[in-house]
Design a binder for this molecule. Structure first.
Ligand code: CIR
Length: 253
């Protein structure tokens, strides 16, 4: 049974890391309710939701995507680029060890899972403020034996690679061309976000359905016009913490 690993929100989410957004008040109860509804959306798509232990002292602990890269053969436990987030990986590694052999990114490497986009046997790695060349290199070395290629993608205008581009079908990407150079992905079919919705490129593909924020109606229309099935969720509170739909779960297929 495919599983979605999630973590309850920390009350300290209000002290989260912020890179590209100004701090605005986050309503904790509303954020909790939205996270619950996100988990329900994943369950409605056939995923078993497994909760990690609460980490009340870690403001960004809910964004579990950044702590691991889960592939069919192996799980890579990351070393998050933000120092405040490094220890989040301990409980993630313990949970993932039930499902996969583990490898870990070590110092001086840093890697956030939000920077890793998997398309078939190619992993695109955003070289961002969070992910460095050493982290990318360690990922390449760890995965070469499984036949994965790893390609670095320079990034400066958004937090993570998956803020700018995500997979919406096995051969198709949703992309904001103002945040990432589309030529890296020219052999794939590309769908651009509506220019007025810069944050709209982060979609979570579960089976053949996209879990997708209600905040981007014009891009949603583009997705639906392209024949894709969309399940809307409200993530307005965690969006203030620079979170998106991929960030809040680790899918173990
Ligand atoms: C951070 O800056 O680390 C959090 N406030 C947001 C992380 C979002 N994660 C993701 O895009 N994968």
């Amino acid at each position: 049974m495919p599983t979605a690993i999630t973590r309850p929100l920390s009350p300290k989410i209000v002290d989260c890391e912020l890179t590209h957004l100004e701090r605005t008040p986050i309503h904790f109860e509303a954020a909790q309710q939205q996270h619950f509804e996100y988990e329900q959306a994943l369950a409605s798509l056939g995923l078993t939701v497994e909760h990690l232990p609460e980490l009340p002292e870690f403001p960004d602990g809910v964004f579990v995507e950044d702590t691991a890269v889960v592939l069919p053969e192996v799980a890579v436990v990351t070393r998050p680029g933000a120092v405040s987030r490094r220890e989040e990986t301990v409980t993630v590694a313990a949970a993932l060890a039930q499902y996969r052999p583990l490898v870990s990114i070590e110092a001086p490497g840093t890697l956030d899972g939000g920077d890793v986009l998997c398309v078939g046997r190619t992993l695109y790695v955003g070289l961002s403020r969070r992910t460095n060349q050493a982290g990318r290199g360690q990922l390449e070395t760890a995965l070469a034996r499984f036949g994965y290629r790893v390609r670095g993608v320079p990034l400066s205008k958004c937090l993570h690679l998956k803020s700018a581009v995500t997979l919406i079908a096995p051969d198709r990407l949703l992309l904001n061309p103002r945040w990432v150079d589309a030529s890296h992905f020219s052999y794939l079919r590309l769908l651009e976000v509506d220019p007025g919705e810069p944050f709209a490129a982060n979609a979570l593909l579960v089976g053949e359905t996209l879990v997708y924020p209600n905040a981007h109606p014009r891009t949603r229309e583009r997705l639906e016009n392209a024949g894709l099935s969309v399940l809307g969720v409200d993530q307005s509170e965690l969006a203030k913490a620079e979170g998106g739909v991929t960030c809040c779960s680790l899918i173990v297929g």
